[in-house]
Design a binder for this molecule. Structure first.
Ligand code: ADP
Ligand code: MG
Length: 246
């Protein structure tokens, strides 16, 4: 096993809503530069897991170590942690009253306390990277779904996160726009950005993953390399899930 830096270590994580155990004893580790794809049926707990990782939800039990620090520690600094972990949502969650460049600078100036000039420079750099430079003055409503998602990715990148989470980033897109978003994500993967991606795009997951996690009913049913999960799954549940995409 390669001896790369462990960035995120999740142990015995559970989350219950009332009596509903949505995540049960989840363990997994992310190393720097890993691209982890989380796959699994709707309702299996994928979004809840991502939301626990960026503290949009508080885990019921278990620990999440980020750079060896427990992010739920009473003496920790959740705001500082969140600033290092970005999220891209299915429905973009852009600020609709702001134009494209403002969407990409507001977090930098408000949270990271960067100067307006510095924030603009960073925003332009990342908007260029996702091919959205010609649209900096557009409002989100003037953009297609694929363009909105590329702005959302540029916004997240402008914060220069250590870890970037994606929750079904192409599920709300018309089919002809899926490719442009996946292409951007593939490029980020090649550049070594550490990402955790919840997706139903199996061909994409096969291409980019360094690690695949298959969730079923609140547990990690099986995890491993692309060849282990896609070409040699051990669990019947994994086989059955994957057979739906063949
Ligand atoms: P997935 O993303 O894999 O589709 P989710 O994490 O969204 O799954 O949901 C897993 C389960 O948790 C579902 O049964 C869902 O109804 C439930 N759930 C998610 N969020 C909440 C919440 N805030 N309150 C109650 N139940 C929730
Ligand atoms: Mg979900």
């Amino acid at each position: 096993m390669e001896n790369r830096d462990v960035l995120l270590k999740i142990s015995h994580l559970s989350k219950t809503f009332g009596k509903n155990a949505v995540l049960k004893d989840i363990d997994f580790t992310v190393k720097k530069g890993d691209v982890t794809c989380i796959i699994g049926a709707s309702g299996s707990g994928k979004s809840t897991l991502l939301r626990c990782i960026n503290l949009l939800e508080t885990p019921t039990t278990g620990s999440i170590l980020f750079k060896d620090r427990d992010i739920m520690d009473k003496n920790g600094d959740p705001a500082a942690y969140r600033a290092q972990v970005g999220m891209v949502f299915q429905n973009f969650n852009l600020f609709n009253n702001m134009n494209v460049i403002e969407n990409c600078t507001v977090g930098q100036t408000k949270v990271l306390k960067k100067s307006a000039e510095e924030a603009r420079k960073k925003a332009l750099y990342y908007l260029e990277k996702v091919g959205m430079l010609p649209y900096i003055n557009a409002k989100p409503r003037q953009l297609s779904g694929g363009q909105k998602q590329r702005v959302a990715i540029a916004r997240a990148l402008s914060m220069e996160p250590v870890l970037l989470l994606f929750d079904e980033p192409t599920s709300a897109l018309d089919p002809q726009m899926v490719g442009e978003v996946l292409d951007v994500m593939k490029r980020l993967a090649k550049e070594g950005l550490t990402m955790i991606i919840v997706t139903h795009e199996m061909a994409f997951a096969r291409d980019v993953s360094s690690h695949v996690v298959f969730m079923a009913d609140g547990v990690i049913e099986e995890e491993g390399s692309v060849s282990e999960i896609f070409y040699n799954p051990k669990s019947f549940v994994t086989k059955e899930f994957l057979s739906r995409f063949m």
